[in-house]
Design a protein around this ligand. Structure first.
Ligand code: AMP
Ligand code: MG
Length: 484
């Protein structure tokens, strides 16, 4: 790996240097070839294993834990930081640089009462979801590997420690700006340095002046809206949308008790520690805005409030635009060149009625969408119909849908296109759970198979049909705890 160390050299106020504590008996549990290519790696070698497990120093790495703040479940925590993640620097790859972070590499000055470790099940989940989202074309951080060990760690019971090697275009979070704003009381040096760093590294086309700041914040608003539109379209619940878990670049980030929806349910809560559903599936768009408002608040010392407000006011439109584009494509609605507000409203209503029917009929989100690959909108008969208990409701919807789709010149092509947009395979919680249980018993084959399957979520892969099914009884409504 070849590193540059821009964050380390330019933002000394925003981290503490800290070295990992090695894992005993490290072993590769998972490896992503696609992610490896991003930083010019090819093979999971022994030398790399020693380095990434924290047992040997990696040449060119600096080792630091970042400090940041965050609004957690609505309340502000002034000093959080990487309690169990150590960044090696920015690894250079064929297309850009990627932060390499060892999540679970031991305590840091920000660990508070934590042990700085990650348990194997959470490391595997983070790895799988990063790569799954990427292959679903959702903006996300990536994961290179999971390294397991025999090091015992204590959660509700004794488990073993593991490290997820995360790759991110940046680890800068909304919370970094909140930290700078709140820690310097009236001064703006830190905030400006962070802002300049962010702009020069990630928005090189923007200038470091008032105009550039304004354009930048609008871009953050739009990128966040786009990420959340993707989550809503693919049926992904993040679970812990605290501002310290929001990447400034709009990449899905810091996964904990996330879930892909099985049965569609707007108020679905995936996080055991969120009984009130602050981060329920249907709340995500609103929380995205709330988080952006916290970010805007932190930026008021350096960006005029009018500019911040003007950008925030574009959030909803940006979200709807991205969401509509994704959902029109899933349904096969012909897109308009420049849709009128009325056309958008009608499409939103058509989409909303469909998801509502799905919810009322307790349908599986991914399976239902996948059926569109078999639909012939010119036919009165739809293979979807039998899935609905409320066939009358479906028929009414389907007639409106037929009208909106209109003539299709090449049905086979149209259906193939639907299949390329509605995944057959998603990372259902029960699938992750099965792979984890096997891995805990020393059998890595199911994990490897699942990882492989999720690299082509849109392909039929008929031999893997079983993985596209609804969860068995034990796997329904699995809710993950925050313990990780
Ligand atoms: P999360 O909910 O995973 O984003 O974590 C919130 C904060 O708690 C972050 O600052 C983490 O670094 C920290 N944290 C979580 N688990 C641990 C742990 N086992 N040891 C130390 N810090 C932790
Ligand atoms: Mg976090």
């Amino acid at each position: 790996m070849e590193f540059k160390q821009d964050f380390f050299t330019q933002l000394p106020d925003l981290y503490s240097q800290v070295y990992p504590q090695g894992l005993t008996q490290p072993k590769w549990l998972a490896w992503s070839h696609a992610a490896a290519q991003l930083i010019g790696l090819t093979q999971p070698t022994d030398e790399l294993l020693q380095g990434l497990s924290g047992n040997a120093q990696i040449e060119g790495a600096t080792y630091y834990a970042q400090v940041y703040s965050g609004h957690q479940f609505g309340g502000y925590t002034p000093r959080l930081g990487d309690g169990r993640s150590i960044i090696l620097g920015e690894a250079l790859g064929p297309v850009g640089a990627w932060d390499v972070a060892l999540k679970g590499a031991g305590p840091t000055p920000y660990s508070r009462h934590g042990d700085g470790r990650a348990v194997m099940r959470s490391a595997i989940r983070e790895f799988l979801v990063s790569e799954a989202l990427y292959h679903l074309k959702v903006p996300t951080t990536r994961a290179l590997a999971v390294i397991g060990s025999d090091l015992p760690v204590w959660r509700e019971s004794q488990e073993t420690a593991a490290i997820t090697v995360r790759l991110a275009r940046s680890h800068i979070r909304f919370g970094h700006f909140e930290y700078c704003c709140h820690s310097e009381r009236g001064q703006t040096d830190k905030l400006k340095r962070l802002l300049h760093f962010t702009l020069t590294q990630h928005y090189p086309h923007l200038s470091c002046d008032a105009g550039g700041y304004k354009a930048w914040f609008l871009q953050v608003v739009k990128d966040t809206a786009k990420m959340i539109a993707h989550w809503q379209a693919v049926g992904f619940a993040h679970g812990v949308m605290n501002t310290d878990n929001m990447s400034i670049l709009g990449d899905s980030f810091d996964f904990g008790p996330f879930a892909f929806l099985d049965t569609f349910q707007e108020d679905f809560i995936c996080n055991h520690s969120d009984p009130e559903g602050r981060y329920a599936f249907g709340q995500q768009p609103g929380i995205g805005l709330w988080n952006l408002q916290r970010l805007a608040q932190a930026l008021t010392p350096v960006i005029p409030s009018d500019d911040l407000l003007a950008a925030l006011n574009q959030y909803q439109a940006a979200l709807v635009e991205s969401y509509l584009a994704l959902m029109r494509a899933k349904l096969g609605l012909p897109s308009w060149d420049a849709p009128t507000q009325e056309q958008d409203r009608q499409d939103l209503e058509l989409i909303g009625r469909f998801t509502q029917l799905m919810e009322q009929n307790h349908l599986d989100y991914a399976q239902t969408w996948r059926q569109f690959g078999k639909v012939d909108p010119s036919s009165r008969f739809s293979p979807l119909r039998d899935d609905f208990i409320d066939t009358h409701g479906f028929d009414t919807w389907y007639q409106a849908y037929q009208l909106r789709v209109g003539e299709i010149s090449e049905l086979t092509h149209w259906q193939a296109e639907r299949n390329s947009l509605n995944p057959k395979y998603i990372l259902r919680n029960y699938l992750a759970q099965e792979a984890i249980i096997a891995a805990e018993e020393g059998n890595l084959a199911p994990l490897e198979r699942l990882q492989q399957l999720l690299t082509s979520p849109f392909a039929e892969q008929i031999e893997h049909d079983a993985f596209a099914q609804r969860p068995p009884a034990w796997g329904q409504g699995l809710i993950m705890s925050c313990s990780s």
